[in-house]
Design a protein around this ligand. Structure first.
Ligand code: AP5
Length: 215
């Protein structure tokens, strides 16, 4: 099953993708996580991406497309994948479609999670992320068992540079202007399922499963 998880920053894409990939046995492919790994590794690509990410702007399409093209060809993605945070522009969506046609594959579902901006800001401002496995936590909604330590792998939790107030505001505008048009794009292809992202993490998970159908 080839799935795209679409939605604004902070709506819960990463949270849900991590759980869904276990049940559906397909890898989560998060371009945000891949870019943050490149920054941590100090690679040229990471250095290029950091400035864009810290201020809440999109990294150039050419950079992200190269990463995804290679990643979806990997062995663990042969039977499907869950794209989280990609595509984010119409150019990325068009190019993804072309890549998949060349591989004789296609997108099966696009799930778009939705929530109001005040809830997104609340989620982003309180988020803490594991520096080892990228698992998301929240100071109020999902506190770790031991403060500052990841429940899953014991890694250290940190606050992302783009989870500060000014970058959050820019990211929401970036989403509205550059990524939101993908809702109509995938509606036009009859692939889009809109899912309410409000409520408990379990409730949202159950809605996505219903939209995707059985594993
Ligand atoms: P990326 O890392 O993809 O960030 P994003 O899309 O802005 O999404 P987030 O990770 O912020 O949120 P999420 O929806 O995954 O929410 P989460 O589950 O963590 O991208 C970062 C940057 O990289 C971009 O700004 C851009 O610069 C660059 N980039 C990445 N991809 C790119 C691309 N394709 N093209 C160009 N540039 C790209 O949840 C958020 C918080 O809410 C957590 O604390 C969580 O615990 C909590 N939470 C989740 N669900 C619930 C719930 N139901 N109730 C209460 N709290 C909840």
């Amino acid at each position: 099953m080839n799935v795209i998880l679409l939605g604004p920053p902070g709506v819960g894409k990463g949270t849900q993708a991590k759980r869904l990939t276990e049940e559906y046995r397909i890898p989560q492919i998060s371009t945000g996580d891949m870019l943050r790994a490149a920054i941590k590794a100090g690679s040229q690509l990471g250095k290029e991406a950091k400035g864009f990410m810290d201020r809440g702007a999109l990294v150039p399409d050419s950079v992200v497309l190269g990463l995804v093209d290679e990643r979806i060809r990997a062995d663990d993605a042969k039977n499907g994948f869950m794209l989280d945070g990609f595509p984010r522009t119409v150019v990325q969506a068009d190019t993804l479609g072309e890549m998949l046609v060349k591989q004789g594959r296609a997108i099966d579902h696009v799930v778009c999670l939705l929530a109001a901006n005040d809830e997104l800001v609340r989620r982003l401002a309180g988020r803490r992320t594991c520096n080892k496995c990228s698992a998301p936590f929240h100071v109020d909604f999902k506190p770790p068992r031991k403060p500052g330590v990841c429940d899953a792998c014991g890694g250290e939790l940190y606050q992302r540079d783009d989870d500060k107030e000014e970058a959050i505001r820019t990211r929401l505008v970036t989403y509205d202007t550059q990524t939101k048009p993908l809702i109509e794009y995938y509606k036009g292809k009859k692939l889009l399922r809109s899912v309410d992202g409000l409520g408990s993490m379990d409730a949202v998970y159950a809605r996505i499963r219903e939209a995707l159908g059985p594993a």
